[in-house]
Design a protein around this ligand. Structure first.
Ligand code: PMP
Length: 441
Protein backbone atom coordinates (compact mmCIF):
# COMPACT_ATOMS: atom_id res chain seq x y z
CA UNK A 1 0.00 0.00 0.00
CA UNK A 2 1.25 3.43 -0.88
CA UNK A 3 1.43 5.89 1.99
CA UNK A 4 1.08 8.91 -0.30
CA UNK A 5 -1.33 11.37 1.16
CA UNK A 6 -4.66 11.62 -0.64
CA UNK A 7 -5.01 14.50 -3.06
CA UNK A 8 -8.12 16.64 -2.95
CA UNK A 9 -10.45 15.79 -5.88
CA UNK A 10 -10.28 19.37 -7.13
CA UNK A 11 -6.47 19.50 -7.14
CA UNK A 12 -5.45 20.26 -10.71
CA UNK A 13 -1.91 18.97 -10.68
CA UNK A 14 -2.31 15.27 -11.56
CA UNK A 15 -4.19 15.62 -14.86
CA UNK A 16 -1.64 16.28 -17.61
CA UNK A 17 -3.90 18.16 -19.98
CA UNK A 18 -3.60 17.51 -23.72
CA UNK A 19 -2.51 20.28 -26.13
CA UNK A 20 -2.57 22.73 -23.20
CA UNK A 21 0.03 24.94 -21.59
CA UNK A 22 -0.59 23.21 -18.24
CA UNK A 23 1.18 25.66 -15.91
CA UNK A 24 -0.51 28.66 -17.49
CA UNK A 25 -3.95 27.01 -17.42
CA UNK A 26 -3.70 25.88 -13.83
CA UNK A 27 -2.98 29.42 -12.63
CA UNK A 28 -6.38 30.57 -13.89
CA UNK A 29 -8.41 27.53 -14.93
CA UNK A 30 -11.48 27.65 -17.14
CA UNK A 31 -13.90 24.90 -16.15
CA UNK A 32 -17.15 23.76 -17.69
CA UNK A 33 -19.47 21.87 -15.36
CA UNK A 34 -22.63 21.51 -17.46
CA UNK A 35 -23.91 21.93 -20.99
CA UNK A 36 -27.23 22.07 -22.79
CA UNK A 37 -28.15 22.96 -26.35
CA UNK A 38 -25.88 25.75 -27.59
CA UNK A 39 -24.38 26.58 -24.20
CA UNK A 40 -21.86 25.51 -21.64
CA UNK A 41 -22.10 26.49 -17.98
CA UNK A 42 -18.87 27.43 -16.24
CA UNK A 43 -17.89 26.55 -12.66
CA UNK A 44 -18.85 30.12 -11.73
CA UNK A 45 -22.32 29.58 -13.18
CA UNK A 46 -21.81 31.67 -16.33
CA UNK A 47 -23.37 30.62 -19.66
CA UNK A 48 -20.94 30.37 -22.58
CA UNK A 49 -22.16 30.15 -26.17
CA UNK A 50 -20.49 27.20 -27.90
CA UNK A 51 -18.97 28.50 -31.13
CA UNK A 52 -16.92 25.35 -31.70
CA UNK A 53 -19.27 22.39 -31.04
CA UNK A 54 -16.93 21.39 -28.23
CA UNK A 55 -13.93 20.41 -30.30
CA UNK A 56 -15.68 20.25 -33.69
CA UNK A 57 -17.74 17.33 -32.43
CA UNK A 58 -21.05 18.14 -30.69
CA UNK A 59 -22.86 18.72 -33.97
CA UNK A 60 -26.33 18.25 -32.44
CA UNK A 61 -25.54 20.50 -29.48
CA UNK A 62 -25.35 19.38 -25.89
CA UNK A 63 -27.31 17.09 -23.57
CA UNK A 64 -29.55 15.74 -26.28
CA UNK A 65 -32.21 13.60 -24.51
CA UNK A 66 -32.27 10.83 -27.10
CA UNK A 67 -28.51 10.31 -26.86
CA UNK A 68 -28.52 10.50 -23.06
CA UNK A 69 -31.30 7.90 -22.85
CA UNK A 70 -29.65 5.57 -25.36
CA UNK A 71 -26.44 5.57 -23.33
CA UNK A 72 -28.27 4.99 -20.06
CA UNK A 73 -30.31 2.12 -21.49
CA UNK A 74 -27.35 0.45 -23.15
CA UNK A 75 -25.23 0.68 -20.01
CA UNK A 76 -27.98 -1.03 -18.06
CA UNK A 77 -28.48 -3.76 -20.69
CA UNK A 78 -25.11 -4.75 -22.15
CA UNK A 79 -22.25 -2.63 -20.91
CA UNK A 80 -19.40 -4.22 -22.82
CA UNK A 81 -18.87 -7.05 -25.24
CA UNK A 82 -15.76 -7.94 -27.19
CA UNK A 83 -15.82 -7.54 -30.95
CA UNK A 84 -13.07 -10.08 -31.61
CA UNK A 85 -14.79 -13.28 -32.71
CA UNK A 86 -17.93 -12.09 -30.89
CA UNK A 87 -20.66 -9.69 -31.81
CA UNK A 88 -23.49 -7.64 -30.40
CA UNK A 89 -26.38 -6.17 -32.38
CA UNK A 90 -25.79 -2.46 -31.85
CA UNK A 91 -22.39 -2.39 -33.60
CA UNK A 92 -23.90 -4.07 -36.68
CA UNK A 93 -26.86 -1.72 -36.60
CA UNK A 94 -24.66 1.37 -36.41
CA UNK A 95 -22.45 0.10 -39.24
CA UNK A 96 -25.54 -0.39 -41.41
CA UNK A 97 -26.85 3.05 -40.57
CA UNK A 98 -23.51 4.64 -41.35
CA UNK A 99 -23.36 2.90 -44.71
CA UNK A 100 -26.92 4.12 -45.25
CA UNK A 101 -25.87 7.78 -45.07
CA UNK A 102 -22.42 7.41 -46.64
CA UNK A 103 -21.73 8.01 -50.34
CA UNK A 104 -22.53 4.99 -52.44
CA UNK A 105 -19.20 3.21 -52.87
CA UNK A 106 -18.76 3.00 -49.08
CA UNK A 107 -20.04 -0.39 -47.98
CA UNK A 108 -18.09 -1.44 -44.89
CA UNK A 109 -17.23 0.08 -41.55
CA UNK A 110 -14.28 -0.60 -39.23
CA UNK A 111 -14.83 0.87 -35.76
CA UNK A 112 -12.16 2.70 -33.76
CA UNK A 113 -12.23 4.99 -30.72
CA UNK A 114 -10.99 8.30 -32.10
CA UNK A 115 -10.00 10.22 -35.18
CA UNK A 116 -6.34 9.35 -34.62
CA UNK A 117 -7.14 5.65 -34.53
CA UNK A 118 -9.30 5.95 -37.62
CA UNK A 119 -6.34 7.44 -39.47
CA UNK A 120 -3.94 4.73 -38.32
CA UNK A 121 -6.49 2.11 -39.30
CA UNK A 122 -7.01 3.56 -42.77
CA UNK A 123 -3.27 3.84 -43.44
CA UNK A 124 -2.72 0.24 -42.33
CA UNK A 125 -5.66 -1.00 -44.38
CA UNK A 126 -4.23 0.78 -47.44
CA UNK A 127 -0.86 -0.94 -47.18
CA UNK A 128 -2.37 -4.32 -46.27
CA UNK A 129 -4.90 -4.02 -49.13
CA UNK A 130 -2.20 -3.78 -51.77
CA UNK A 131 -0.32 -6.63 -50.14
CA UNK A 132 -3.43 -8.80 -50.04
CA UNK A 133 -3.70 -8.27 -53.78
CA UNK A 134 -0.11 -9.35 -54.33
CA UNK A 135 1.31 -5.81 -54.58
CA UNK A 136 3.56 -5.62 -51.53
CA UNK A 137 5.72 -2.88 -53.03
CA UNK A 138 3.05 -0.23 -52.50
CA UNK A 139 3.92 1.03 -49.05
CA UNK A 140 4.48 4.77 -49.38
CA UNK A 141 1.99 7.18 -47.88
CA UNK A 142 1.41 10.72 -49.11
CA UNK A 143 0.00 13.42 -46.84
CA UNK A 144 -0.07 17.18 -47.13
CA UNK A 145 1.60 20.19 -45.55
CA UNK A 146 -0.66 21.70 -42.88
CA UNK A 147 -2.62 18.46 -42.74
CA UNK A 148 -3.86 17.23 -39.36
CA UNK A 149 -4.50 13.54 -38.99
CA UNK A 150 -4.39 13.07 -35.25
CA UNK A 151 -1.45 12.43 -33.01
CA UNK A 152 -0.38 8.82 -33.44
CA UNK A 153 2.79 8.00 -35.33
CA UNK A 154 1.14 7.35 -38.69
CA UNK A 155 -1.01 10.45 -38.35
CA UNK A 156 1.82 12.81 -37.46
CA UNK A 157 3.97 11.31 -40.20
CA UNK A 158 1.45 12.05 -42.95
CA UNK A 159 0.38 15.22 -41.15
CA UNK A 160 2.03 18.51 -41.86
CA UNK A 161 2.21 20.42 -38.57
CA UNK A 162 5.79 21.10 -37.60
CA UNK A 163 5.21 21.30 -33.84
CA UNK A 164 3.33 18.01 -33.80
CA UNK A 165 6.17 16.28 -35.66
CA UNK A 166 9.50 17.73 -34.64
CA UNK A 167 9.61 16.47 -31.04
CA UNK A 168 9.01 12.84 -31.85
CA UNK A 169 11.94 11.49 -33.79
CA UNK A 170 12.21 10.16 -37.30
CA UNK A 171 8.53 9.20 -37.71
CA UNK A 172 7.39 6.75 -40.40
CA UNK A 173 9.67 6.23 -43.36
CA UNK A 174 8.36 6.31 -46.91
CA UNK A 175 6.15 9.35 -46.43
CA UNK A 176 5.98 12.41 -48.67
CA UNK A 177 3.82 15.52 -48.64
CA UNK A 178 1.78 17.51 -51.11
CA UNK A 179 1.90 21.30 -50.79
CA UNK A 180 -0.92 22.90 -48.85
CA UNK A 181 -3.54 24.90 -50.71
CA UNK A 182 -3.54 28.05 -48.61
CA UNK A 183 -2.35 30.65 -51.10
CA UNK A 184 -2.57 34.46 -50.93
CA UNK A 185 -4.59 34.78 -54.16
CA UNK A 186 -7.59 33.35 -52.30
CA UNK A 187 -7.71 35.85 -49.45
CA UNK A 188 -11.25 36.76 -48.31
CA UNK A 189 -12.86 34.17 -50.58
CA UNK A 190 -16.46 33.32 -49.85
CA UNK A 191 -16.92 29.55 -50.14
CA UNK A 192 -14.55 27.54 -52.33
CA UNK A 193 -11.59 29.51 -53.74
CA UNK A 194 -10.99 29.86 -57.47
CA UNK A 195 -7.20 29.50 -57.43
CA UNK A 196 -5.02 26.53 -56.65
CA UNK A 197 -6.55 23.42 -58.26
CA UNK A 198 -3.23 22.84 -60.03
CA UNK A 199 -1.50 22.35 -56.68
CA UNK A 200 -2.90 18.81 -56.89
CA UNK A 201 -0.62 18.21 -59.87
CA UNK A 202 2.29 18.06 -57.46
CA UNK A 203 1.15 14.50 -56.89
CA UNK A 204 2.45 13.73 -60.38
CA UNK A 205 5.85 15.07 -59.34
CA UNK A 206 5.80 12.86 -56.24
CA UNK A 207 4.76 9.87 -58.37
CA UNK A 208 7.59 10.54 -60.82
CA UNK A 209 10.07 10.87 -57.95
CA UNK A 210 9.17 7.66 -56.13
CA UNK A 211 7.56 5.67 -58.94
CA UNK A 212 3.80 5.36 -58.47
CA UNK A 213 4.05 1.58 -58.03
CA UNK A 214 5.56 2.25 -54.58
CA UNK A 215 2.71 4.46 -53.36
CA UNK A 216 -0.13 2.93 -51.33
CA UNK A 217 -2.32 5.91 -50.53
CA UNK A 218 -2.83 9.64 -50.43
CA UNK A 219 -4.56 11.03 -47.35
CA UNK A 220 -6.02 14.53 -47.13
CA UNK A 221 -8.72 16.30 -45.21
CA UNK A 222 -11.15 17.38 -47.93
CA UNK A 223 -11.22 20.64 -46.02
CA UNK A 224 -8.37 21.10 -43.54
CA UNK A 225 -9.82 22.12 -40.19
CA UNK A 226 -7.29 22.07 -37.39
CA UNK A 227 -4.69 24.13 -39.23
CA UNK A 228 -7.09 26.99 -39.65
CA UNK A 229 -9.96 26.05 -41.97
CA UNK A 230 -8.33 25.75 -45.39
CA UNK A 231 -11.06 25.39 -47.99
CA UNK A 232 -10.12 23.30 -51.05
CA UNK A 233 -9.87 25.26 -54.31
CA UNK A 234 -12.49 24.40 -56.90
CA UNK A 235 -11.43 21.33 -58.88
CA UNK A 236 -8.52 20.46 -56.56
CA UNK A 237 -9.98 17.31 -55.01
CA UNK A 238 -11.14 15.95 -58.36
CA UNK A 239 -7.62 16.37 -59.72
CA UNK A 240 -6.23 14.43 -56.78
CA UNK A 241 -8.81 11.73 -57.41
CA UNK A 242 -7.91 11.52 -61.10
CA UNK A 243 -4.19 11.24 -60.46
CA UNK A 244 -4.72 8.58 -57.77
CA UNK A 245 -6.97 6.56 -60.06
CA UNK A 246 -4.53 6.83 -62.95
CA UNK A 247 -1.73 5.34 -60.83
CA UNK A 248 -3.69 2.79 -58.76
CA UNK A 249 -3.20 4.78 -55.54
CA UNK A 250 -5.91 4.76 -52.88
CA UNK A 251 -7.38 8.11 -51.87
CA UNK A 252 -8.36 8.55 -48.22
CA UNK A 253 -10.49 11.47 -47.10
CA UNK A 254 -10.01 12.28 -43.44
CA UNK A 255 -13.50 13.50 -42.58
CA UNK A 256 -13.08 13.63 -38.81
CA UNK A 257 -14.21 17.27 -38.94
CA UNK A 258 -16.12 17.46 -42.21
CA UNK A 259 -18.26 14.39 -41.49
CA UNK A 260 -21.80 14.65 -40.15
CA UNK A 261 -23.14 17.86 -41.59
CA UNK A 262 -20.37 20.38 -41.04
CA UNK A 263 -20.39 21.57 -44.65
CA UNK A 264 -23.75 20.11 -45.65
CA UNK A 265 -24.68 16.48 -46.27
CA UNK A 266 -23.37 13.59 -44.25
CA UNK A 267 -19.86 13.68 -45.73
CA UNK A 268 -17.78 16.22 -47.63
CA UNK A 269 -17.08 13.59 -50.31
CA UNK A 270 -20.69 13.97 -51.34
CA UNK A 271 -20.75 17.75 -51.04
CA UNK A 272 -17.64 18.08 -53.21
CA UNK A 273 -18.81 15.20 -55.41
CA UNK A 274 -15.43 13.45 -55.27
CA UNK A 275 -15.32 9.85 -54.07
CA UNK A 276 -12.36 8.58 -52.08
CA UNK A 277 -11.65 4.90 -51.46
CA UNK A 278 -11.84 5.31 -47.69
CA UNK A 279 -13.34 7.86 -45.31
CA UNK A 280 -12.14 8.29 -41.75
CA UNK A 281 -14.51 9.80 -39.22
CA UNK A 282 -15.04 10.23 -35.45
CA UNK A 283 -16.24 13.28 -33.44
CA UNK A 284 -19.78 13.87 -34.78
CA UNK A 285 -20.34 10.11 -35.08
CA UNK A 286 -21.48 10.06 -31.45
CA UNK A 287 -21.98 13.82 -31.12
CA UNK A 288 -18.68 13.77 -29.24
CA UNK A 289 -20.41 12.20 -26.26
CA UNK A 290 -18.63 8.85 -26.23
CA UNK A 291 -15.25 8.28 -27.88
CA UNK A 292 -15.75 6.49 -31.19
CA UNK A 293 -14.38 6.62 -34.70
CA UNK A 294 -14.79 4.66 -37.89
CA UNK A 295 -13.22 3.93 -41.24
CA UNK A 296 -15.59 3.51 -44.15
CA UNK A 297 -14.33 1.50 -47.10
CA UNK A 298 -15.46 0.33 -50.48
CA UNK A 299 -16.39 -3.28 -51.11
CA UNK A 300 -13.26 -3.65 -53.23
CA UNK A 301 -11.02 -2.86 -50.25
CA UNK A 302 -12.97 -5.00 -47.79
CA UNK A 303 -13.25 -7.93 -50.16
CA UNK A 304 -9.51 -8.03 -50.78
CA UNK A 305 -9.19 -9.41 -47.25
CA UNK A 306 -12.00 -11.92 -47.59
CA UNK A 307 -10.84 -14.02 -50.50
CA UNK A 308 -8.80 -16.68 -48.70
CA UNK A 309 -10.01 -20.03 -47.44
CA UNK A 310 -12.70 -19.67 -44.79
CA UNK A 311 -11.41 -17.92 -41.66
CA UNK A 312 -7.83 -17.75 -42.84
CA UNK A 313 -7.75 -14.19 -44.09
CA UNK A 314 -8.47 -11.31 -41.77
CA UNK A 315 -7.20 -7.85 -41.07
CA UNK A 316 -4.76 -8.23 -38.20
CA UNK A 317 -5.92 -5.07 -36.51
CA UNK A 318 -8.55 -4.00 -34.00
CA UNK A 319 -9.19 -2.35 -30.66
CA UNK A 320 -10.61 -3.64 -27.36
CA UNK A 321 -13.36 -1.05 -27.73
CA UNK A 322 -14.03 -1.38 -31.49
CA UNK A 323 -17.80 -1.13 -31.78
CA UNK A 324 -18.27 -0.74 -28.01
CA UNK A 325 -21.98 -1.26 -27.20
CA UNK A 326 -22.48 2.04 -25.39
CA UNK A 327 -20.63 3.99 -28.09
CA UNK A 328 -22.68 2.17 -30.74
CA UNK A 329 -25.93 3.04 -28.95
CA UNK A 330 -24.80 6.66 -28.72
CA UNK A 331 -23.93 6.61 -32.44
CA UNK A 332 -27.35 5.24 -33.43
CA UNK A 333 -29.14 7.85 -31.31
CA UNK A 334 -26.92 10.57 -32.74
CA UNK A 335 -27.61 9.62 -36.36
CA UNK A 336 -31.34 9.50 -35.54
CA UNK A 337 -31.15 12.96 -33.98
CA UNK A 338 -29.38 14.35 -37.07
CA UNK A 339 -32.04 12.83 -39.33
CA UNK A 340 -35.09 13.80 -37.25
CA UNK A 341 -33.96 17.40 -36.98
CA UNK A 342 -32.65 17.73 -40.54
CA UNK A 343 -29.29 18.86 -39.17
CA UNK A 344 -27.35 17.96 -42.31
CA UNK A 345 -29.37 20.64 -44.11
CA UNK A 346 -28.44 23.39 -41.67
CA UNK A 347 -25.15 24.21 -43.39
CA UNK A 348 -27.13 24.96 -46.56
CA UNK A 349 -30.06 26.66 -44.86
CA UNK A 350 -27.91 28.98 -42.76
CA UNK A 351 -24.92 29.10 -45.10
CA UNK A 352 -25.55 32.55 -46.56
CA UNK A 353 -26.31 34.13 -43.20
CA UNK A 354 -23.18 32.53 -41.73
CA UNK A 355 -21.04 33.64 -44.68
CA UNK A 356 -22.22 37.25 -44.39
CA UNK A 357 -21.52 37.21 -40.65
CA UNK A 358 -18.02 35.80 -41.20
CA UNK A 359 -17.14 38.41 -43.80
CA UNK A 360 -18.59 41.25 -41.71
CA UNK A 361 -15.31 40.97 -39.76
CA UNK A 362 -13.32 42.06 -42.81
CA UNK A 363 -11.79 45.46 -42.18
CA UNK A 364 -11.66 45.09 -38.40
CA UNK A 365 -8.22 45.52 -36.79
CA UNK A 366 -5.72 42.68 -37.38
CA UNK A 367 -8.04 40.67 -39.69
CA UNK A 368 -5.97 39.55 -42.70
CA UNK A 369 -8.32 36.88 -44.05
CA UNK A 370 -11.83 35.48 -43.57
CA UNK A 371 -12.96 32.22 -45.13
CA UNK A 372 -16.03 30.06 -44.77
CA UNK A 373 -17.84 26.99 -46.00
CA UNK A 374 -21.01 25.38 -44.65
CA UNK A 375 -21.02 26.10 -40.92
CA UNK A 376 -17.30 26.55 -40.52
CA UNK A 377 -15.08 29.59 -40.64
CA UNK A 378 -11.50 30.70 -40.33
CA UNK A 379 -10.61 34.25 -39.36
CA UNK A 380 -6.92 34.90 -39.70
CA UNK A 381 -5.26 37.59 -37.61
CA UNK A 382 -1.98 39.27 -38.25
CA UNK A 383 0.48 37.74 -35.77
CA UNK A 384 1.80 40.00 -33.03
CA UNK A 385 5.40 40.98 -33.74
CA UNK A 386 7.73 38.45 -32.12
CA UNK A 387 4.84 36.63 -30.42
CA UNK A 388 3.10 34.32 -32.87
CA UNK A 389 -0.25 32.92 -31.64
CA UNK A 390 -0.43 35.43 -28.75
CA UNK A 391 -2.94 37.75 -30.40
CA UNK A 392 -5.41 35.01 -31.31
CA UNK A 393 -5.06 33.43 -27.88
CA UNK A 394 -5.84 36.76 -26.27
CA UNK A 395 -8.96 36.95 -28.48
CA UNK A 396 -9.94 33.49 -27.22
CA UNK A 397 -9.55 34.57 -23.57
CA UNK A 398 -11.51 37.78 -24.08
CA UNK A 399 -14.32 36.01 -25.94
CA UNK A 400 -14.53 33.47 -23.13
CA UNK A 401 -14.80 36.28 -20.59
CA UNK A 402 -17.61 37.75 -22.67
CA UNK A 403 -19.47 34.41 -22.79
CA UNK A 404 -18.46 32.98 -26.17
CA UNK A 405 -16.30 29.91 -26.84
CA UNK A 406 -14.08 30.17 -29.91
CA UNK A 407 -11.06 28.09 -30.87
CA UNK A 408 -7.75 29.35 -32.09
CA UNK A 409 -5.04 27.55 -34.00
CA UNK A 410 -1.93 29.59 -34.53
CA UNK A 411 -3.24 33.09 -35.26
CA UNK A 412 -6.44 31.81 -36.80
CA UNK A 413 -9.83 31.81 -35.10
CA UNK A 414 -11.68 28.65 -36.13
CA UNK A 415 -15.44 28.48 -35.71
CA UNK A 416 -17.62 25.39 -36.08
CA UNK A 417 -20.79 25.73 -33.99
CA UNK A 418 -23.32 23.00 -33.26
CA UNK A 419 -25.60 22.64 -36.29
CA UNK A 420 -28.61 23.57 -34.13
CA UNK A 421 -27.33 27.16 -34.13
CA UNK A 422 -29.92 29.89 -34.81
CA UNK A 423 -29.43 33.29 -36.43
CA UNK A 424 -29.57 35.01 -33.05
CA UNK A 425 -26.61 32.89 -31.89
CA UNK A 426 -24.69 33.75 -35.05
CA UNK A 427 -25.30 37.45 -34.31
CA UNK A 428 -24.07 37.00 -30.75
CA UNK A 429 -21.01 34.99 -31.81
CA UNK A 430 -19.82 37.47 -34.42
CA UNK A 431 -20.92 40.51 -32.42
CA UNK A 432 -18.73 39.37 -29.54
CA UNK A 433 -15.77 38.56 -31.79
CA UNK A 434 -16.08 41.98 -33.46
CA UNK A 435 -16.13 43.73 -30.07
CA UNK A 436 -13.06 41.80 -28.97
CA UNK A 437 -11.16 42.50 -32.19
CA UNK A 438 -11.83 46.22 -31.93
CA UNK A 439 -9.61 46.63 -28.90
CA UNK A 440 -7.30 43.66 -29.15
CA UNK A 441 -3.59 44.56 -28.69
N1 PMP B 1 -8.18 13.89 -38.26
C1 PMP B 1 -8.70 15.12 -38.33
C2 PMP B 1 -9.00 15.71 -39.67
C3 PMP B 1 -8.98 15.86 -37.18
O1 PMP B 1 -9.48 17.08 -37.27
C4 PMP B 1 -8.73 15.25 -35.93
C5 PMP B 1 -9.03 15.97 -34.62
N2 PMP B 1 -9.25 17.30 -34.68
C6 PMP B 1 -8.18 13.97 -35.91
C7 PMP B 1 -7.92 13.31 -37.08
C8 PMP B 1 -7.84 13.31 -34.61
O2 PMP B 1 -8.98 12.97 -33.92
P1 PMP B 1 -8.88 12.57 -32.36
O3 PMP B 1 -8.50 13.79 -31.62
O4 PMP B 1 -10.26 12.04 -32.06
O5 PMP B 1 -7.86 11.49 -32.26
Amino acid sequence: MSDRKPTAPNDLSAFWMPFTANRQFKKSPRMFVAAEGMHYTTAEGRKVLDGTAGLWCCNAGHKRPKIVEAIQQQAAELDYAPAFQMGHPKAFELANRLVGIAPEPMEHVFFTNSGSESVETALKIAIAYHRARGDASRTRLIGRERGYHGVNFGGISVGGIVNNRKHFGALLTGVDHLPHTHIPENQFTRGQPEHGATLADDLERICALHDPSTIAAVIVEPMAGSTGVLIPPKGYLQRLRDICSKHGILLIFDEVITGFGRIGGAFAAETFDVMPDMITCAKGLTNGVIPMGAVLTTADIHDAFMTGPENLIELFHGYTYSGNPIASAAGIATLETYAEEGLFDRAHDLGQYWEDAVHSLRGLPHVIDCRNLGLIAGIELEPMAGKPTARAFEAFLRCYDKGVLIRTTGDIIALSPPLIIEKSHIDELFGTIADVLKDLP
